[in-house]
Structures are given as C-alpha cells and as structure tokens.
Design a protein around this ligand. Sequence first.
Ligand SMILES: Nc1nc2c(ncn2[C@@H]2O[C@H](COP(=O)(O)OP(=O)(O)OP(=O)(O)O)[C@@H](O)[C@H]2O)c(=O)[nH]1
Ligand SMILES: [Mg+2]
Length: 200
Amino acid sequence: MAFAGSRFDRARHLPAGVHATAKILVSGPFGVGKTTLIASLSEIEPLRTEEPLTVASVAHDDLAGVEAKTTTTVALDFGRLTLDNGLVLYLFGTPGQARFLPLWGDIATGATGALVLADTRRLDQSFDSIDLLEQGHIPYAVAVNTFPDSPDHHIADIRQALDLEPHTPLSLCDARDRQSSLAALIALIQYLLTRTPEVS
Ligand SMILES: Nc1nc2c(ncn2[C@@H]2O[C@H](COP(=O)(O)OP(=O)(O)OP(=O)(O)O)[C@@H](O)[C@H]2O)c(=O)[nH]1
Ligand SMILES: [Mg+2]
C-alpha cells in the first residue's frame, strides 16, 4: 500500500502505536454526502472548503433531492481517523462537479483507495468518479448514501446498475451517522487489505 513506502520519519511525525497511514479518497457526484461523511468520521475538526451556491451555480448544480443544500465543496474536504489496529486514515473529499476536474489529479495522487458515494435517485451520476478511479488504477468501494426519498433497491440490483465487479464492496450507509459511515469505510479497508496483505 502507498503508506508502506512513505519516506517521512515515522517516529517523528506519528504518535506511538501508529504503524501505518493511508490516504483515502471520498468521491461521488454533487450533493451525495461526501462532506457530511467525512465530518461524521473525522476525529479532528475537518477541513472544509465550502462556498455558497449562487444563482450562477444553480444553473449547473442540480439541487433535486438536496434542496436544503446551500453550499458546495470547491476544493477538498480533509479529515483523519485512527483505527484500533494503528492504521491512520487521511480522508480526502473530492469536489463533485466536472468543472473541478483539474483538481482531481492533485487530490488523488498517492491515494491507496477510494470510497465512492452514490444515491439511488441518480446512480448514473457516480459513473464519472468510478471512471476516474479506474483510469487511475485506484481501488474503490461503493457506499449508497440513503436519503429518505431514495428508491429502495435490492443491493444486487444496485450492483448491476453500477456495473460493479463481484469483488467490489457495496454497502448502504447514512453519511450523517458515524457508525454507518464507519461500516462503509471498514468494508473498503478490508478490501484494500486483501489486495495488499503485507500491511494487515
Ligand atoms: N437525508 C439525508 N441528508 C443527507 C445525508 N447526507 C447528506 N445529507 C444532506 O445532503 C446535503 C448534501 O451533503 P454534502 O455532504 O454537502 O454533499 P457533498 O457530496 O459534499 O456535496 P458537494 O461537495 O457540493 O458535491 C446536505 O444538505 C446534507 O445535510 C443523508 O444521508 N441523508
Ligand atoms: Mg462537499
């Protein structure tokens, strides 16, 4: 994993008990709950780069289903989570809109894996994130963030609609709920560890 090869001085920069770090992306379309999920999970006050949605942006950002949303992420979110096994996760939330695509490469550099959020009201909008991750050879898991009026589909149907490989983890979560978000993240980490068992 990327963290196995980090060149910085662990003894100097990491607390005792921390044996490894990993950069994890949280991606997905506009308004799917990326900032909310990182805020639910982070053990530090998360870094947010929220700016108000303006009349100009409303022409581009579809608020259907997230009508209460007043801001959008314009650069990234950042949070940190230490797991019991001494693995520290650095969580990087990407912006959701195509106009921020030039940022993607910078944010994704060095990422060990990604959690892609999806919404069953607009599953197709997660394809852009999935495509970028596949092009970048970044392994990912998918978590469907369940909004109250999201259609309730069987998990196998969601897997098929997203055209996921059989080994790609897929879970349901509520991004506002820490335990639920944690379960989705753990599914990703377990998947990553099966791919690179030397860090387990
Ligand atoms: N009902 C419900 N609302 C949610 C959930 N997750 C997020 N929200 C709300 O949905 C809106 C979108 O959440 P954000 O976390 O800003 O979404 P985002 O993906 O970071 O959005 P962008 O950065 O603008 O792409 C906010 O108003 C949240 O309060 C959820 O699980 N259920
Ligand atoms: Mg956001």
